[in-house]
Design a binder for this molecule. Structure first.
Ligand SMILES: [Zn+2]
Length: 651
């Protein structure tokens, strides 16, 4: 709806400037909006001034081999993990930090205090650690909430590696892991979803050293890349799906399932791999081992059930490459108005994101219907089994969209939630326009213009609310009621404005694609994003980053006065514009002349560099009917009443 290409007349020659230094009674200080020194970190050998990784950029690597078994009668997951950790930093590490995210379910955790509950520890929840070793030696460790510090027997020197072995267990909660794993009973059996199911390394980086912000539920994750090999021993008869490639399909799938999967790999239409009538076909006693591998990934998650219907279709990627889209869901979720189209949605979203931004790198993409409402993992997403129609499209596109942010572009979600939720919501806005010729367009849902109206208008209650923090606030510091409006909606709409109004499609796309390519499988900071966008687009956008992301500023563009030169319409118009709040934006003007002809002008943001008032001489030759600011209604202008001047009102 708001993706409109219009010819914006840039008519600089005709714009004569006359700056007024009189402070309008308003709250605008150009020296704050256009202040020097926006970036928070100086360029270094690790991060270059133009926003690219520097010549000595480094990040550590974590490879995992995990062997786990799950007992469906006790709900106990018992596992062993071998972590191969490589220190690429120039620093010597005497200890390492790990994430124990299942500990969020223990009663004494920090988030309980944060929410005002003083609850005693429930040690039946969270990780139980049986062994923490390296080279056969027990290591000294301490657990602090969701984090574990392990002291190393010998300092880990630059470019050395470390093997850590941890034996552990935890009990799957109905809704656990910060609401991101759990189980639910359905007509034909229980669905189990597993995430953060093994101890994972925290990230050591050049900006903060060890990143140890606790897991409190809202702020998500920050992980290093590596290869993950995992085997799951579970009761036979359950269908298991997981991140990455199944390694032993011959042992765990039926001949018919394998045959249908081959068909799906060549089919753009969804192929049923396992129907409701066939749910009983794999039932037999004993245990079965499922083996998966995923390369160049931050994490892996998995799910299982006897109740899963299973379907699949091929994903066509740029350069003739292919991947496989799959969905698993219970009978209750089936049907064309619901999960019967889930694979089509997944395939559509992955193809669109791959074409527009960066090719999907993993061999498989999976939707799992289950108790978790909507959560992303590399190559797999957990999504509400109840979702249907347009909401299901939006949910599945969003969750798989996270494979671009933060699974490929590996930003720190706990510090900068907006760099994954907002960037993902932004690419979802355009995917909705494209999918099935806009079947579910425009994107309007809980993430973006939740009341179904114009996003610019729907943002205004947040823009004018002084309790709302800036976007660049840590996820766990943002009050929950503002989390979606800020991280998802305002961030995404900021990028929409940058693409539609400020830079245009070509410059924006070139800069944003460069950002994705530069930082794929790496750890960008906000500065790396801002610097890349500035450098590739060729604009100093600090005024925009400052007003929209760093501060919670408001926008009010106004028409202060319209008059004719020497009171003679034939000689042209003198238009006085005002910027009445601290945020600045370019000005789009639509002039309607007495004969009905219209003119459009795009005034650059620099008109606000020297003051709140700007007078422009328009080369008109007849009386005007109307002058309008922001005629496309793109801007969250807090007072639109002063955006229009009409000749009737004047006389
Ligand atoms: Zn999200």
């Amino acid at each position: 709806m708001y993706i409109r290409k219009r010819l914006l007349l840039i008519c600089c020659l005709w714009l004569t400037s006359c700056f007024s230094f009189l402070a309008s009674a308003q709250q605008y200080d150009p020296y704050r909006a256009f202040a020097p020194g926006f970036y928070r970190h100086s360029a270094s050998v690790y991060r270059s001034a133009d926003g690219s990784p520097g010549p000595q950029y480094w990040q550590n690597r974590a490879d995992y081999v995990v062997r786990a078994q799950f007992d469906t009668s006790t709900l106990r997951l018992a596992g062993e993990v071998d972590i191969h950790y490589v220190n690429h930093s120039p620093d010597t590490l005497r200890f390492v930090w790990l994430e124990l995210d299942q500990n969020i379910d223990r009663g004494d955790m920090l988030q309980q205090w944060e929410q005002g509950h003083a609850v005693p520890a429930d040690t039946s929840k969270g990780f139980i650690l049986y062994a923490v070793r390296s080279s056969g030696r027990d290591l000294t460790y301490q657990v602090h909430g969701s984090r574990m510090q392990v002291w190393l027997p010998r300092p880990l020197l630059p470019h050395q590696d470390l093997h850590l072995f941890i034996r552990y267990a935890y009990h799957l909660q109905p809704r656990g892991g910060g609401g991101r794993s759990g189980y639910i009973d359905t007509r034909h059996g229980r669905i189990y979803e597993f995430s953060y199911w093994y101890p994972r390394m925290c990230v050591y980086d050049d900006l903060h050293g060890w990143n140890t912000l606790p897991f409190l539920g809202e702020g998500e994750f920050y992980m290093d890349y590596g290869d993950i090999d995992y085997t799951l021993t579970v009761p036979a008869g359950l269908l298991v799906v997981g991140s990455g490639m199944l390694q032993n399909a011959d042992e765990v799938l039926t001949p018919l399932e394998r045959q249908r999967l081959e068909k799906a790999r060549r089919s753009d239409a969804t192929v049923l791999i396992r129907s409701t009538d066939e749910l009983a076909t794999r039932l037999h006693s004993g245990k079965q081992v499922w083996h998966f591998q995923m390369h160049q990934t931050r994490d892996v998650a998995w799910a299982m059930s006897a109740a899963f219907i299973w379907d699949a279709a091929r994903i066509q990627l740029p350069d003739g490459k292919q991947a496989l889209a799959m969905s698993v869901y219970p009978e209750e979720s089936a049907g064309d108005s619901a999960w019967g189209r889930a694979t089509e949605y997944l395939k559509g979203a992955v193809e669109i994101f791959s074409r527009q931004w960066f090719p999907y790198p993993y061999p498989v993409a999976i939707n799992v219907a289950g108790p978790v409402g909507g959560m992303e993992y590399p190559g797999i997403t957990f999504d509400s089994w109840r979702e249907k129609g347009k909401d299901l499209w939006a949910l599945l596109a969003h969750e798989i969209g996270h494979n671009w942010f933060p699974m490929i572009v590996g930003s720190d979600e706990r510090r900068n939630g907006w760099m994954d939720e907002g960037f993902n919501t932004f690419i979802d806005v355009y995917a909705s326009e494209i999918f099935h010729h806009g079947e579910y367009a425009p994107k309007r849902d809980g993430e973006y213009a939740p009341h179904g109206g114009n996003p610019a208008d729907e943002l205004i209650p947040y823009m004018t609310n002084n309790l709302v923090p800036p976007i660049m606030t840590r996820a766990d510091v943002i009050p929950p009621q503002y989390l979606h409006p800020l991280e998802y909606f305002k961030t995404a709409y900021g990028l929409v404005l940058l693409r539609e109004l400020i830079l245009g499609h070509q410059r924006f796309d070139s800069a944003f694609r460069t950002y994705i390519r530069r930082w794929a499988y790496r750890h960008p900071s906000p500065d790396d994003f801002f610097r890349t966008m500035d450098n590739v687009s060729g604009e100093d956008l600090s005024w925009f980053w400052r007003g929209w992301f760093q501060h919670h500023w408001q926008l009010d563009q106004a028409i202060q006065q319209v008059r004719y030169i020497h009171d003679d319409p034939a000689q042209g118009t003198l238009l006085t514009l005002e910027n009445r709040r601290q945020m600045v934006m370019p000005v789009v003007l639509k002039i309607t002349q007495a004969n009905g002809d219209t003119l459009r002008y795009h005034l650059p943001v620099e008109i606000w560099q020297q003051g709140a008032r700007y007078e422009v001489k328009l080369p008109t030759h007849m009386p005007l009917k109307q002058v309008e600011i922001d005629p496309d209604h793109l801007l969250p202008d807090v007072d639109r009443k002063n955006n229009v001047w009409t000749s009737d009102a004047k006389t």
